[in-house]
Write a protein that binds this ligand. Structure first.
Ligand code: BGC
Length: 796
């Protein structure tokens, strides 16, 4: 950094926004992820308008990827041949500024103010920069950008420059820039080659203030269009020029602006992509979207955005009293989850949303198991759309099942277009539980909405095809028990194990749900070819499902044989050796009792109706001592079960870890994008943890309990069209309907009806016994009163 008299102070603590004051070039990569804007269709990383300095530029369109060979030293049957990687598409964020022929570049000159703020209520990213060029020309640059929730194809930027001391000549260049060079983290030259200039120009056009570029990928054969238009407001005469070439369209605006005057440019951006549509069709699509945005205008887009978010927060907000930093982090999490799913419309929700290129842009079980519970109870349409995406990939899942010698559908471990992309089969392909995770998300969504159309058109088929897969993957042994051998459960430090309890319980639920829908809807059963013999087999498999238990220890083994494995030597493992997978061979991890992420403990949460309270307490303590949390998916689940068994301080620490994973860059990889499952873990920790929400068998139940550190916790949910609120203090919980019909709920085992009149119910005490311990050095950071106070004093 040159000559900047501003020191960056990190994120400020504030309940409804994320603000970073000052400029820190080294922090750009991670702040670009946190400041990313998305509507689930378009994703814009939070790069500066002038494009440099930059961390990792990124503009993404959900589902738009390039295909490349997958590297194998030794091939094997069924290995996926092609990989898919999200493409950095045409960047429309770029607006460069020349102040009397000196480019605005934050690495030069002096910035007396530089401030960026992501506003969770307006859904915009604002920036204010006061900058003095190396020769002392001072300007104020104010920008605001949004990716529209209401007009799916649209993003917009308002860009203003004011000379502060004297009249100045300003030149602004507003670009559409394709194939912008990006440093890639990949170590595979074939992937790097595929992503080096991935777009082939097919069409460009520019006229007046408007331009469009159409490109396609070389191998995956996808086509995209990006278009821009501008509205320019300035007091005096301007000269403009627009031109377009293959990878660049540029509008140049030159104008003399007097001191006290202002140049204001509103840039509208439209994106579209397709595997089938022609160049003229895609061009027309983008231009039409631009036409709509222009008609709405900047003020209109901002207003629509605000209304959309008002509605979202009215159903989804979580209020935490007593920990301002956690409050901010939880709203940040909810905002990003909404951004990831709001307008995906039958596309996946990738593990990083559209905030970065991490995990190649793939979607995992993270979506169904972590993100969709949040969306189901806050933005159910988004949950439905993500499941529709799974449904749209059923043919590929059927092909995969056939290839693996199975019936029905086997969904991929990681993918963009529905085809398996996991190159390491023991962790990827053998993790069959993803299919049960999808079916569980279907059941949860149906229970929460009663959406008959979805059940008829998508849900029933998803349940039936995944049930068929389980019926063919498992077998009845000589004792008549149904075993599912050779699978990888959620814990990736065990692989190809027999009777993983999480997998078996989720498969059981999948089989029963399929049988239930077919019995209730014989018309659908007929359509799907499911006869009574098949339903009987599913039920028999479910009834006979093996759920191993060790009587001597009074513990459930995560998988058969797990409790016989050697212990990991935590005392001999240096802190730098985590994550273990990067420092130890898999074979050694696989043969030890070391757990990467909640596995049996996740079963205690999602299949909690299969365990007694005592079993939960014992199982939790046992796995707590062996779980190293090398995955960001773990803390949220540990928060939920710690709260259920009464270890509220520990639950609080885990909730904070899940919620702050990205803001504190706990896993040191936020530069590649935010961790959607961990953000969802923040909601899980609050609502399923301290709120005790469970939805076994479609009955919503709560078992609230608050840690002593918090004054109160309030959250809102939507269920069957009713919006309601739960407020928890230390002695009681208050439930009331905000809008809609009364609901039957359960509070600590007691049924009651919630209406618009608040119902107050007492919270019974719990004695959790001694606190469990974690592997040496792997306990979550203690959320001490000092730490909480530090942020409380900062709060704006
Ligand atoms: C975890 C998986 C997860 C994936 C993507 C891995 O580290 O072990 O469970 O699906 O990351 O988030």
């Amino acid at each position: 950094m040159t000559d900047l008299n501003l020191t960056a102070r990190g994120y400020e603590c504030s309940p409804w926004e994320l603000r970073w004051r000052g400029m820190d070039v080294d922090a750009l990569q991670r702040t670009e992820s946190a400041f990313a804007l998305s509507n689930g269709h378009i994703g814009l990383r939070g790069t500066l308008e002038e494009a440099e300095p930059r961390g990792l530029p990124g503009t993404y369109l959900n589902g738009f990827y390039e295909q490349h060979e997958l590297p194998y030293a030794e091939g094997g049957y069924g290995y996926p041949e092609a990989g898919q990687t999200v493409v950095n598409v045409t960047d429309g964020k770029v607006i460069r500024l020349l102040v009397e022929d000196e480019p605005l570049d934050m690495r030069y000159g002096v910035a007396s103010e530089h401030d960026r703020v992501l506003d969770f209520r307006t859904g915009t990213l604002r920036r204010t920069t006061e900058w003095s060029s190396p020769t002392g020309r001072r300007v104020r640059v104010t920008t605001e950008r949004l990716v529209s929730f209401t007009q799916r194809a649209i993003a917009a930027i308002r860009y203003e420059v004011e000379p502060l001391d004297e009249d100045l000549q300003l030149v602004v260049q507003s670009d559409l820039l394709a194939n912008e060079p990006v440093e890639s983290d990949t170590h595979d030259p074939r992937v790097a080659a595929a992503l080096d200039s991935p777009l082939v120009g097919e069409f460009c056009h520019a006229a007046d203030y408007e331009a469009v570029l159409v490109h396609r990928t070389r191998v995956s054969g996808l086509r995209m269009a990006a278009a821009m238009d501008h509205h320019i407001e300035v007091d005096d005469g301007i000269s403009t020029r627009i031109h377009a070439e293959d990878d660049l369209a540029r509008l140049t605006v030159a104008v003399d602006v007097p001191k006290g005057g202002r140049l204001r440019i509103t840039k509208y951006l439209a994106y579209g992509w397709s595997a089938q549509r022609s160049v003229p069709a895609l061009r027309a699509q983008a231009e039409a979207a631009l036409g709509g945005a222009r008609k709405t205008g900047w003020d209109g887009l901002v207003e629509e955005q605000q209304q959309f978010l008002d509605d979202f927060w009215a159903t989804s907000d979580i209020e935490i009293e007593g920990d301002p930093e956690l409050q901010q982090a939880v709203r940040f999490a909810l905002f990003h989850l909404l951004q990831a799913g709001a307008r995906g419309e039958s596309r996946a929700i990738p593990g990083k949303g559209l905030t970065g290129p991490g995990y190649d842009g793939h979607a995992f079980w993270d979506t169904e198991t972590f993100v969709l519970p949040v969306l189901t109870y806050t933005t159910p349409d988004a949950a439905r759309d993500a499941l529709r995406w799974r449904h749209s990939t059923l043919d590929k899942a059927r092909e995969r099942a056939t290839q693996l010698g199975l019936h029905g559908a086997a969904f991929p471990w990681r993918s963009i277009n529905g085809a398996e992309c996991s190159a390491y089969w023991p962790a990827g392909t053998a993790a069959f539980h993803v299919s049960a995770d999808i079916s569980d998300a279907v059941v949860r969504y149906l229970n929460a909405t009663g959406d008959d159309d979805f059940e008829r058109l998508h849900g029933a088929e998803l349940l039936v095809e995944t049930a068929r897969m389980w019926a063919s993957l498992g077998h009845f042994d000589r004792h008549g028990k149904f075993r599912i051998d050779g699978v990888t459960g959620p814990d990736e430090y065990s692989a190809v194990a027999d009777n993983n309890i999480y997998t078996n319980l989720m498969a059981r639920r999948n089989l029963l749900a399929a049988a239930e829908v077919c019995t209730r809807r014989p018309d659908l059963a007929r359509e799907l070819g499911a006869d009574t013999t098949e339903l009987d087999t599913w039920r028999a498999a479910a009834d006979a499902m093996v759920v191993p238990y060790d009587r001597e220890l009074g513990i459930h083994p995560q998988s058969e044989g797990f409790l016989e494995h050697d212990e990991w030597d935590y005392a001999a493992t240096e802190p730098d050796f985590y994550p273990l997978l990067l420092n130890f061979p898999y074979f050694d991890l696989y043969r030890k009792q070391v757990v990467k992420q909640a596995d049996l403990v996740l079963a205690l949460h999602l299949c909690g109706d299969s365990f007694s309270p005592d079993e939960k307490a014992r199982d939790f303590a046992y796995y707590e001592a062996r779980t190293v949390r090398d995955s960001s998916l773990s803390a949220g689940t540990q928060a939920v079960i710690a709260a259920e068994v009464g270890h509220l301080d520990l639950a609080y620490d885990y909730l904070a870890e899940a919620a702050l994973t990205d803001l504190h860059d706990v896993h040191n990889n936020v530069r590649n994008g935010l961790h959607m499952a961990s953000l969802a873990g923040a909601w899980q920790g609050a609502v399923a943890g301290f709120g005790g929400l469970r939805d076994h068998g479609g009955q919503l139940s709560f078992a609230p309990r608050l840690p002593r550190q918090l004054g109160s916790l309030k959250f809102r949910l939507a269920f069957r069209g009713t919006r309601f609120q739960v407020e928890i203090t230390h002695d009681e919980a208050t439930y009331h309907v905000l809008e809609g019909e009364p609901l039957e709920l359960v509070h600590h085992g007691e049924r009651f009806t919630v209406t618009e009149t608040p119902v107050k119910l007492p919270i019974p005490a719990i004695d959790p016994g001694p606190a469990p311990h974690q592997p040496l050095g792997r306990n979550p950071m203690r959320r001490t009163p000092d730490r909480v106070r530090q942020f409380a004093t900062q709060q704006k």
